[in-house]
Write a protein that binds this ligand. Structure first.
Ligand code: IPE
Ligand code: IPE
Ligand code: MG
Length: 253
């Protein structure tokens, strides 16, 4: 199956372990508040959780991990918090890039880069270039990302490259221009922190993804918490429009 095919057009192969896991890492602020700490301490701890999750994903054989780090709506936060998050993002890329590279991890950053400063842009570019041929895991970080932004930027780029498509285009024609064209669609979506919403994350790509919500706050999302989510995934019956009877015995036909 081509990576560009949509789950609404073709039935993807599925197995007991998700090939692609997408996560909304929510609850950092509340984690800190519970400990009478400033919100930013929650974000700091959240980075450590990311580091552990990457290791767990490799252990589990997950090939693509996509993390929502900063949404296009997060600019609405207090300026000090936005500034801290940008600084933390830069620091995390600079500190972790060699480690990612040594572990054969490819880093890809998706989102609208127009509001980032030159230093951050350079760090993003350098990290992506260094790790681009790595094979064991593709780690995608969504920063200043919004699902609606993605669909609009894809449409604009497609029409610029292929003006004749203004007469009408198909899902398959649009798909290569979407930010995550290099990855299969997520099999499992996890949102920590108790909220049950998508918050403008991967709108197009989550069309047939299994959704898992947990009250666990992001800094507390450990190996055990991941295991529970993977167990839940294993029990799902991914029908993609078919009936139960048409599936194999484990529901992952
Ligand atoms: C998620 O945690 C991190 C970002 C959105 C950057 P929050 O900061 O949203 O934490 P809560 O939801 O306030 O607890
Ligand atoms: C969503 O978290 C975005 C990220 C985790 C980066 P928020 O905590 O900002 O989401 P809402 O706005 O409460 O839905
Ligand atoms: Mg939140």
């Amino acid at each position: 199956m081509s990576l560009f095919t949509s789950s609404t057009q073709n039935i993807p192969e599925s197995s007991n372990v998700p090939r692609h896991l997408a996560v909304i890492m929510d609850g950092n602020g509340r984690w800190a508040k519970k400990r009478f700490l400033p919100r930013i301490m929650g974000h700091k701890r959240g980075v450590e959780t990311v580091r552990d999750l990457i290791k767990q994903c490799i252990n589990q054989g997950i090939e693509y991990l996509t993390l929502f780090a900063f949404s296009s709506e997060n600019w609405r936060r207090p300026p000090e918090e936005v500034k801290f998050l940008m600084g933390l993002f830069l620091e995390a890329i600079q500190k972790e890039v060699n480690n990612l590279h040594q572990n054969n991890i490819r880093l890809v950053l998706i989102g609208d880069r127009s509001r980032f400063d030159a230093r951050l842009l350079k760090a993003m570019h350098d990290a992506e270039t260094l790790t681009r041929h790595n094979k064991i895991l593709t780690l995608t970080i969504a920063a200043n990302y919004g699902g609606r932004w993605d669909i609009v930027q894809a449409t604009n780029r497609m029409l610029h490259a292929q003006p004749e498509l203004a007469q009408g285009f198909t899902e398959q024609e649009l798909a290569p221009y979407l930010s995550m064209h290099y990855a299969p669609e997520p099999d499992l979506f996890i949102r920590t922190g108790g909220e049950q919403r998508i918050s403008n994350f991967l709108l197009w790509q989550l069309a047939y993804t299994e959704l898992y919500f947990t009250d666990t706050l992001w800094p507390d999302f450990d190996a055990e918490a991941l295991k529970l989510s993977l167990e839940s995934y294993r029990l799902r019956e991914r029908r993609f429009g078919r009936t139960s009877e048409q599936l194999g015995s484990n529901g992952h036909a």
